[in-house]
Ligand binder design. Structure first.
Ligand SMILES: Nc1ncnc2c1ncn2[C@@H]1O[C@H](COP(=O)(O)OP(=O)(O)OP(=O)(O)O)[C@@H](O)[C@H]1O
Ligand SMILES: O=P(O)(O)OC[C@H]1O[C@H](OP(=O)(O)OP(=O)(O)O)[C@H](O)[C@@H]1O
Ligand SMILES: [Mg+2]
Length: 295
């Protein structure tokens, strides 16, 4: 695989998915993290504004290999792809999107409950190495050879077409699997999108800066700022409800009888926390969206 070499040599090379659901999320995340770029139509390389970074748009399935081999410094792809490629990369952070499971799936009508009974049969997948590794133990135990065939997409069609007895593919909602008349026989692994870097990259400082920016953005998507007033007597009970990410910020209100508290709250807990604060006796409860953060 040759290095993408159309960027200034001193720039950090950052590979991101060129299409699909991961690309949409990554572009949104980079924008929110202040990593702006201008991409010309049909070009797979873009320079970042005000940062010595060249973005390279690549198929998600190729990114782990590019990072592992040092063709690029940094990349975003699925953990499933990192494992399938068996490359040595540093996983800098989990990104909280692209979450799904890699599962062994078989036709519902076959009523297979034990994955071991698929050893020695025909399996179709886009993850041949993980699949091979998974079935190896059963193959050795039973003295058989599972027949694993690679396809790059639409894996679920393989059983219906008579090409496979089972497939190994990703399941998120299960809609694709059910539409193909399949069911999960066994979960192999859980995956999500990750930021990965080449262990020998010369851009450690810039990688650390990008990590801080992305972490700040992720925190600002996960949390809101909750503010309220509470009397001195009820204060201890209230801060048990809102201990904050590190600790709440507390100021005394004019007159000294009440306190104003602000604390970060997980978005998913907002309604429960507001109810609990109301029950404790807090007033003037406000919830503010975060634009960005740096912890
Ligand atoms: N349904 C899904 N839900 C969540 N994450 C997913 C899902 N499908 C794939 N992924 C994650 O995204 C990675 C890339 O898959 P994706 O489908 O986005 O790319 P692609 O197959 O190259 O593109 P496309 O499907 O648009 O042709 C997968 O390896 C996995 O980590
Ligand atoms: O459980 P679900 O919510 O249905 O999602 C799982 C499906 O999503 C992905 O397919 P994609 O749409 O990317 O098509 P592809 O297989 O052609 O890549 C994956 O390969 C599964 O088929
Ligand atoms: Mg896909």
């Amino acid at each position: 695989m040759s290095a993408p070499n159309s960027s200034p040599p001193e720039n950090l090379k950052f590979a991101i998915p060129k299409k699909g659901r991961l690309m949409e999320k990554v572009v949104e995340m980079l924008k929110g993290s202040g990593i702006e770029f201008r991409r010309q139509p049909r070009l797979d390389v873009a320079l970042c504004v005000g940062l010595p970074i060249t973005l390279i748009f690549l198929p998600a399935a190729d990114i782990a290999k590019f990072v592992g081999e040092g063709n690029v410094d940094l990349g975003i792809t699925g953990e499933d792809i990192v494992k399938e490629n068996m490359v040595e990369v540093d996983t800098i952070m989990e990104l909280g999107f692209g979450k799904c499971k890699l599962c062994v799936q078989a036709p519902v009508t076959d009523n297979i409950t034990d994955v071991e009974s698929l050893a020695g049969k025909r399996i179709v997948t886009s993850f041949p190495d993980i699949t091979k590794q998974f079935f190896q133990t059963y193959d050795e135990k039973l003295g058989v050879t599972t027949n694993i065939n690679y396809v790059s997409g639409s894996v679920e069609a393989a059983c219906g077409l008579g090409l496979a007895d089972a497939v190994v593919d990703l399941v998120e909602t299960g809609t694709t699997m059910r539409a193909a008349g399949l069911e999960v026989v066994h979960d192999i692994l859980s995956t999500q999108a990750v930021l990965i870097s080449n262990p020998h990259s010369e851009h450690k400082d810039l990688v650390a800066k990008l990590q801080r920016r992305i972490e700040g953005y992720i925190t600002s998507r996960k949390y809101v700022m909750m503010m309220y007033n509470i009397s001195n007597e009820l204060f201890q009970a209230a801060i048990l409800v809102t201990p904050g990410k590190k600790s709440p910020t507390v100021t005394s209100l004019e007159g000294g009888k009440d306190k104003a508290v602000s604390a970060l709250i997980l978005k998913k807990e907002v309604s429960d926390k507001m109810d609990a604060l109301h029950d404790v006796g807090a007033t003037d409860i406000l919830v503010l969206e975060l634009n960005n953060s740096r912890m």
